[in-house]
Design a binder for this molecule. Structure first.
Ligand code: BGC
Length: 726
């Protein structure tokens, strides 16, 4: 580099440091990168996976580093901090990395947050994660799973928010904003179409590229705009024949060019078979040792250096990879950390509790709930380890809570994730919490081992509360939607014996419910996190009025789905599998709307102990759709409603899209007016030939709804035709 360029670069860097970063992150990144040696550059574009469970750390991770999912050495002479990466979608994880770590706050599953329809809670949860990261010295969160729940059997749906791109984007963005507001980089993952776990590293997701823009990519596009995440993690799978981490169309053409994304793209762990992924837009290889395990090479260490030496990797590309990482460090402020603030674990528990409360969905209620608090009821609590705690999803997102798990029951299975597949119970016992809230009631517990034994207790009880749980997690898809270990038989038997049966489900996905017509009430509590038992008890007793709405459609039968069988299910680990997403952008409720069919419970559905009325619904058209409505709590309990705005018909092919929503807390008799303005991309089609969004001129039908298939009022508005965006 000529001396004068170097001098200017140094000057800019010093100015940035001395004048409170007057130079922007791009200028600073450029200036720093220009001073780096090639060794330093190559050092920054690889992360190493920490050893768990007392194993020896890779020698490239210096002693004393708090071990976690990923570590990238910094460059102290230039003030570049090392990157300490932790999984964090539901809290800071620790699958045996740090024996001395006393545990972290375990939030409810992201799908529970999805059910809250409350962006503020996502932000609170993110800020909580950011603070718990800071105190541990972690500066990059592998949080923010925003894949769409395309398949109700995907083992990892609990880590994602919803089947809908807009709801997903709004919540995912707020989680990132919460984390990055604490000066910690956050990641959105897994880009894209990692919507099944079965042989995910050998899975080829086939989809129409334009439909992808209207669905999974739209979730990323909007979330990125709203939160500027420091990094994006590419998915394990292939998309239309190319691995997501080496996919020029997805990374270079869409993410970096069309959307102008300026942070860096890291791979998923062990997902880089070739150095050429760098040319396709991948900026950092993650958990390099896992690539050695999977592909017998660490492509971004020696092979990439060789390619560089031979002129196959241009200097410009190497600089860009490094600058993107530096830019995010500077933009988020990871290089400017002061001492970490003390963590308020009680306050963090309150955040976990509030997400659980607002995420619980009341699916059915034949006047069985709330439970009477003024009578000495004999209540049978059956199954689900409700005397011990609540389950969580398994895999890399599993948080080790303060005080440890109430129980760890090994499940195992084929494949590489077997060691992480356990029934993990957080210490928040629904039974203990119910006892606190119903001091007059007499409780007895039955483990739900056999139908014959469970009915003995059900018979002599006034009310039965039966818990249904399921272990779902990374690396495994569900074979069907039944409850394991004979729980469906137990619930059926107790409901036959005692008509006052209430079922509480703690799962990450829909459940088949063969006993549905026999029970009085059904409560979907998801994996409700470390305060989940309390939230469940509060909802059952009416201390909290349920307000969750389904973020995922509950099918009646798997035969209704775009893919009645999960492709490749049951094939051995390592077997290539192809998933044809023929539904394109018509995911979940959109699919049902196109077919004109009704599911068991629709997207957006959820009951309350109060009622809500709508008036003065007005919609205007033009460039986009804007709607106003006044919502009134017409019942006797304070409660929250989630009015939803949908596109239900459009010129050309019929289609349905969630355009807007808002969660409103209202006292009995109280009213509030809201305005919802649609993102025009939700009204448009993506024109694959023009590579632009296209709104056709014409009439659009807009519904104000209580759920995807429950419109209250509809209006037709005219939109002007136009092309926009890229
Ligand atoms: C998961 C990622 C995770 C990474 C690091 C992978 O198996 O797919 O979501 O961030 O591991 O733990």
């Amino acid at each position: 580099m000529p001396a004068f360029v170097q001098a200017i670069a140094l000057l800019i860097a010093q100015l940035g440091a001395s004048q409170g970063q007057a130079a922007g992150p791009d200028e600073r990144a450029r200036a720093t990168e220009q001073q780096m040696t090639d060794d330093e550059r190559f050092g920054l574009i690889v992360s190493f996976h920490g050893a768990t469970g007392g194993m020896v750390n890779d020698e490239r991770i210096p002693p004393g580093v708090a071990t976690s999912a990923g570590y990238t050495p910094g460059v102290p002479r230039l003030g570049i901090p090392a990157l300490h990466m932790s999984d964090a979608s539901l809290g800071i994880t620790n699958p045996g990395y740090r024996p001395d770590d006393k545990g972290a706050t375990a939030l409810p599953a992201s799908i529970a947050l999805g059910a809250s329809f409350n962006p503020q809670l996502a932000r609170d949860g993110g800020a909580m994660i950011g603070r718990e990261a800071r105190i541990r010295g972690f500066n990059v969160m592998l949080a923010g799973g925003i894949n769409l729940a395309r398949d109700v059997r995907n083992g990892r749906n609990f880590e994602y928010y919803a089947e809908d791109p807009y709801l997903t984007a709004v919540l995912g963005a707020e989680a990132v904003n919460g984390i990055q507001g604490e000066g910690v980089i956050s990641t959105l993952k897994h880009y894209t179409l990692n919507c099944n776990e079965t042989n995910r590293q050998w899975l080829d997701a086939i989809i129409d590229p334009a439909a992808l823009r209207e669905s999974d990519l739209l979730a990323f596009e909007i979330a990125i705009e709203r939160s500027q995440p420091g990094s994006i993690m590419s998915a394990y799978n292939k998309v239309n024949g190319e691995y997501a981490g080496g996919n020029n169309h997805l990374l270079n053409e869409v993410l970096k060019d069309a959307w102008g994304y300026r942070g860096w793209v890291m791979s998923d762990w062990g997902a880089v078979p070739r150095w050429q992924f760098a040319l396709a837009g991948l900026d950092q290889e993650s958990g390099a040792q896992l690539d050695m395990v999977n592909w017998k090479a660490e492509p971004f260490t020696e092979p990439l250096r060789k390619a560089y030496a031979e002129g196959k990797l241009p200097m410009q590309r190497l600089s860009d990879m490094v600058r993107r990482i530096l830019r995010s460090i500077y933009a988020v402020g990871v290089d400017r950390w002061g001492p970490a603030a003390a963590v308020d674990l009680n306050g963090h528990n309150e955040i976990a509790l509030e997400i659980a409360r607002q995420g619980i969905v009341l699916l059915k209620n034949d006047r069985a709930l709330p439970l009477a608090t003024d009578r000495p009821l004999r209540i049978a609590v059956i199954g689900g380890y409700a005397e011990l705690g609540v389950p969580i999803g398994t895999g890399s997102s599993a948080v080790l809570p303060v005080g440890g798990y109430a129980a760890t029951i090994p499940i195992g299975g084929p494949g590489m994730m077997e060691y992480l597949r356990n029934l993990l119970l957080l210490r928040s016992s629904p039974l203990a919490e119910l006892r606190k809230l119903l001091p007059m009631a007499e409780f007895e517990f039955d483990p739900g081992q056999t139908p014959a034994e469970a009915v003995l207790l059900a018979k002599r009880s006034d009310v039965v509360i039966a818990f249904g749980i399921r272990v779902e997690g990374e690396g495994y898809d569900l074979a069907d939607l039944s409850l394991p270990w004979g729980q469906d038989m137990v619930i059926d038997a107790v409901a036959t014996e005692n008509p006052n049966t209430i079922v509480v489900l703690e799962t990450g996905n829909p459940v088949s419910m063969p006993w549905r017509d026999k029970v009085k009430a059904i409560v979907q509590a998801w994996y409700p996190g470390q305060a989940g038992g309390r939230a469940i008890a509060e909802v059952l007793t009416g201390k909290v009025n349920p307000s969750g709405r389904l973020p995922i459609t509950f099918p009646d039968d798997l035969a209704e789905l775009p893919r009645p069988a999960t492709p490749g299910l049951g094939t051995p680990w390592g077997m290539p599998v192809t998933v044809h997403y023929e539904e394109g952008a018509e995911v979940g409720y959109r699919w049902y709307a196109q077919k004109g069919e009704k599911p068991k419970y629709p997207f957006g559905y959820g009951l309350s102990y109060t009622t809500f009325g709508y008036k003065d619904f007005r919609v205007s058209g033009g460039e986009t759709v804007t709607a106003t409505v006044t919502v009134t709590n017409t019942g006797r309990f304070p409660g929250a409603d989630v009015p939803q705005l949908y596109l239900t018909d459009a010129p050309g092919r019929r289609r349905m899209r969630l355009l807007g929503f808002e969660r409103l807390e209202l006292a009995p008799g109280a009213s509030r007016s809201i305005t919802m303005a649609a993102d025009p991309r939700l009204l448009a089609r993506f024109d694959g030939d023009k590579r632009q969004w296209r709104i056709d001129a014409g009439d659009y039908t807009i519904a104000l709804s209580r759920a995807a298939d429950a419109p209250v009022e509809q209006r037709v508005v005219r939109l002007v035709g136009r092309f926009f965006g890229r």
